[in-house]
Design a protein around this ligand. Sequence first.
Ligand SMILES: C[S@@+](CC[C@H](N)C(=O)[O-])C[C@H]1O[C@@H](n2cnc3c(N)ncnc32)[C@H](O)[C@@H]1O
Length: 415
Amino acid sequence: MAIENNHNVAPVDETIAVKANDIDQVPHLLEEIAKQGKALTQDGAQNRRRLLETVRSLSYVLETPREAIIRYCWSQPTIFAAIELGINLGLFKVLSKDDKPKTAAELAEATGAEPVFLSRVLKHLGAMGAIYEIGPDTYKPSNFAKTLTIQKYADGFPCMTDCINAAVLAFPQWLKKNGYQAPSDGKNTALKLGFNTDLHFFEFLATNPVYPVRFMNHMSAYHQGRPSWMDPGFYPVQERLSAGLDTSAPLLVDVGGSTGHDLKEFHRKHPEAQGKLILQDLPEVIENAKLVDSDGIEAMAHDFFKEQPIKGARAYYMHSVLHDWPDNKCKEILTNLAQAMKPGYSKVLINENVIPDMDADWQTTSLDFIMMSVFASKERTERQWHALVESAGLKIVKIFTAEKGVESLIECELA
Ligand SMILES: C[S@@+](CC[C@H](N)C(=O)[O-])C[C@H]1O[C@@H](n2cnc3c(N)ncnc32)[C@H](O)[C@@H]1O
């Protein structure tokens, strides 16, 4: 079904394209920035994020529509490519080797790149603030550039190129062909067009051994530096999990838990907690888990679309799992858990975004767009979470939320 864009609209005064988006907002935003700047301390993470959001708003209102268009169309794809090629070349490692500034010629010699080519790339990285240009053809690394020398952070770039970006960019074309509605079948998404495949994302990921590794690294990097439900003041672990524990069944089963980073974190942060920690994921992921005894975790291959073999656990935990699947598949996953649960005792803990009715965080809406275009799934609103959980014979007891843009912990039990 094709929908033609042939709406008649009143002509727009073209001069707006080259004037600030909303200059009237500037004085108020500058006042806010001054106020929020005073409240900023070195460790005040929430204050820093609020100030950054206000600074971003200032930049959006000051920028002209023409500048915004060039930013979206030119700077975003090109800086992405410049960073990815820099990672491939080892550029950020050479630049961050010591505190001495480095010239383009030195960097070219150390990386083996052609000097004139590299000096053009360095200029763009400098112009975009990814590295610091401190003199003609002379650079220092920013903390961002230094972070790109750490594998799990760098892997986000090739991961997006290998498996996601082409699909996201093909989404407008997919929508033209399929009518303007979100995909509902995980095998018929923009992945099909972007990567010329009939596979589901996770099958596509398994076609090259490097893809899952990069994907897991990117997931793990994404979770860094954000409040975790295991931290004090978020979810009361002792009161709601450990109290009344029956140690004849496991404490936590991490369903789709990847290589076990969340359970390792739990073991580290709650060494006092009794009860087994069980990691479940697909066989190829479990093989890469490399757990040691001191992690306190038992790993088992398990497909969450099959019957849950661990019965009566205190909690079945899922982190960023349900957002990968459309409602009908999530219902199957949740129903398999519900059938294994002990009434009045077992819980399901869902660690996911809960999209608010207004003022959603840009990281969460970006992720929702990826989930929609690549996975035929979604980040869910509170109402959607209630409906989904209830469709599997469960009910939400409470949603624990630390702050905007951070995954909540949704505690559920049998209805
Ligand atoms: C987005 S990742 C989240 C991983 C981890 N919970 C985290 O938050 O980092 C989704 C996980 O679901 C796993 N998965 C996909 N299909 C599965 C299935 N049928 N059974 C079990 N795990 C599956 C993937 O291998 C992956 O580890």
